[in-house]
Design a protein around this ligand. Sequence first.
Ligand code: G4P
Length: 522
Amino acid sequence: MANEIERRRTFAIISHPDAGKTTLTEKFLLFGGQIQVAGAVKSNKIRKTATSDWMDIEKQRGISVSTSVMEFDYKDYKVNILDTPGHQDFAEDTYRTLTAVDSAIIVVDSAKGVETQTRKLMSVCRMRNTPVIIFINKMDREGRDPFDLLDELEDELEIKVRPLSWPINQGVKFKGVYNIYENKLDLFTPDKQRVTEKVEVDINSEELDKHVGEQDAGKLREDLELVEGVYPEFNVEDYRKGMVAPVFFGSALNNFGVQELLNCFVEIAPSPRPTKAVERIVEPEEKKFTGFIFKITANIDPNHRSCIAFCKVCSGKFERNKPYLHVRMGKTVRFSSPTQFMAQRKSTIEEAYPGDIVGLPDNGIFKIGDTLTDGEQLHFRGLPSFSPEMFKYIENDDPMKSKQLNKGIDQLMDEGVAQMFINQFNGRKIIGTVGQLQFEVIQYRLENEYNAKCRWEPVHLYKACWIESDDEEELENFKKRKYQYMAKDKDGRDVFLADSGYVLSMAQEDFKNIKFHFTSEF
Ligand code: G4P
């Protein structure tokens, strides 16, 4: 058991769209022997050019099951990559997936540096002290100065960085990277399929000049001296605590610097970590099984609810057909066909260990965040909702189908497609999302899966804030004063719907004893 836990690496690759996440994932799968040629993994992203093309969404739904988790063996390690949606309108999905990983790799485009989505994803990692490795991609293109990039990463992602490789030029003059971690020189030959040449060269030897030319060798020595001077020595423990992020340079498309990244990753990335539950901290080595649901896929067959709930095993061994406690429902459940995911297949499994993701057939019994145990009353925490960025009233567009509509909305919210708030003043339902596309998905799925019609009506809101205070009187006062803007979330908690940044800061000013949170977990 200890050995099985120790060899597992469960992580996500995250990036701003287009930085190269899909390409890097695919290269990892090549090394893991899961696929034989590049190009075999379909991109899971919805093309930006066709924001509301339903075919694309359907395609995404179709393939999202098989590519949600990709597992492979590499050296002695069992690697689980949790996929995250490529489109930023589904960012909420990504945030939740990050609660199920033990570490993350962030891909950054060398020309673009830190982008909005990178910033947000990193803030989620920071909340949970998730260790991150940064891969600066597209070095074969003209990009920014590496030192400037590192400064930007530190400033914008609020984490110390430590380069473990260093590029020799970039763009057309890109010659390779010096691998500081392994003390090797990797020479670059643009090639999408083959792994490039590696030579062991002492940084001070003349051989280096032979390989990259005198001028570039000189520059590399200078750069590395500066790196050693500026950045403290790499410390694995600091990385595992989420205090420092090692940085690699390369080109995913050319399969360059990818294996070095993977090698270092499996060595330094943490094996499954303890998980916080409301009642106690759960250690992976514990004998009894515990796990939580962090993702539910869309209905595949519109005729009956047939979803797959993704369960992260937190402790003990999960076994097929064994009775487990579904804590929220207080019911015993058994799974006769739990699945495991390979690059493009899934198969039934007999058992799974901490760090693994098990797919459980779900006919409507699961909600995001549900806990499964071997009998213990336990509630895992750590599936925060973030304040949505867009809000709309949802209205029934077919009076004969109000039951179907309500059921559909409830189930879609359980799946975590979006967030619903009920306005306490007028009782209307407000749906909050991260992007426009989610509204379209909801409308489409309500029609196709629940035979219900909805209509969106505008509501002008800026942010949803979860409020709390030790001062009951002030809290009541606030709720009275803002009664038109008070709502309840899915768990019945008080949420203040601020209609502008100004109103929000005035409220914060006037009600000093009230805390305004932008995530549901605080
Ligand atoms: P994403 O999942 O993060 O959204 O990014 P993805 O891997 O799909 O890559 C986005 C684009 O960047 C793709 O080009 C991909 O080929 C390109 N790319 C990825 N890595 C590198 C690299 O190291 N160097 C260069 N020069 N390009 C890279 P595309 O034209 O949008 O798509 P495609 O038609 O090539 O699939």
